[in-house]
Design a binder for this molecule. Sequence first.
Ligand code: LLP
Length: 435
Amino acid sequence: TAQVNHQDHLEIGGCDVVKLVQQYGSPLYILDETTLRTACQQYREAFERYYPGDSQVLYASKAWNCLAVCAIADQEGLGIDVVSGGELYTALQAGVSPEKLYLHGNNKSREELTLAVTCGCRIVVDNWLDLQTLVAIAAERPSAPPIPILIRLTPGIECHTHEYIRTGHLDSKFGFDPNQLDEVFTLISQQSCLSCLGLHAHIGSQIFELQPHADLASVMVQWLVKANSYGLPVTEVNIGGGLGICYTEADDPPSIDAWVKVICDAMVTACQIQQLPLPKLLSEPGRSVIGPACVTAYTQGSRKTIPGLRTYLSVDGGMSDNPRPITYQSLYRVVVANRMSAPLTQTVAIAGKHCESGDILIKEAKVPETETGDILVVMATGAYNYSMASNYNRLPRPAAVLVQAGDSHLILQRETYADLIRQDSLPERLSQSRT
Ligand code: LLP
């Protein structure tokens, strides 16, 4: 819900972005609660509309995990996918009930698995070590109920996205090779301490094609048939996440509704062919839930023009608050929050402030004439920005505010210099005064 107000300023969630920066500082993540809630609702409603069986949407919190975001996803009826002890801890602290949490990861530690088992969350088993460790943990808790697990498989489905965020192809570090299914099901069916609820696969992220997800649904139904032949009570199928979003005008992703419909239709058809009852259908979108709901506001600082070549406008953040351009060559769109209707007269590079030539947020951005102090706003930064942020060059991480109907609330405090040295320690011989 972005608008332009009478001062020609960008307004998000009814809040003037220029005023937000004055109040909370810069750079600033601005998260629009209505957009976030609407995406959650669109997912839930689409599954209710197109899937005759049971369904559950999980929010893939790797996209942005913090107390407020977990609490909103929970209130909207989504479960939460977590991939580490830290994400799990945060979701629990946000009050999410453990049965709605699913722990992922290709190298979960024994501590992480123990936390998951004792709190009662579901565990997506990725490999043999996960299985071994769970059996060992169960042995220490002989009277506890069986541990609820899902089995993650590598579906061998290719899709068009950046190679770093492709996960479905066979040469992937995630999940069991489907050729090992018999071995996996044999082992699980012998372990009364494990209760295999379902199967999981994820093919990648920022995907615009629908067919790979339809293919995935039918592949997973074939696995389901196999699980049933081992007498395993497998009733859940989790098709992962992956729907892409619009970062620039060139992007034209399918809608949430279209994505869900294709998956549900494929699932229903595949189950009819196999004469199977419909499994509970889980999905775990991250980017498409939170990505469009946030923008990052920066303040313009220095400007450098290389005649005939390029103009660099530098901002007060960069690869530490948004590592996606330098990591994946991701594209973003920028607007100038205090000059929303000024004509776009120049093409510039929006540069970060890090000591690294590659720290360019946008290589070619069309902007109006600007000056130092203007507020530059990079759009659609909700996914994999804060969650991948670092303190590179010892920049404190930005604050985040949640905006809605003209109100704003701090959900992440800005880090301070004191925070930066909080975990440092100085051996005594280094702290003695120099002579
Ligand atoms: N489920 C699993 C098992 C995943 O690995 C992922 C993303 C998701 C769900 C959520 O996918 P989404 O709906 O967000 O596409 N840092 C990269 C993206 C990494 C995605 C990792 N897995 C980026 O900034 O593009």
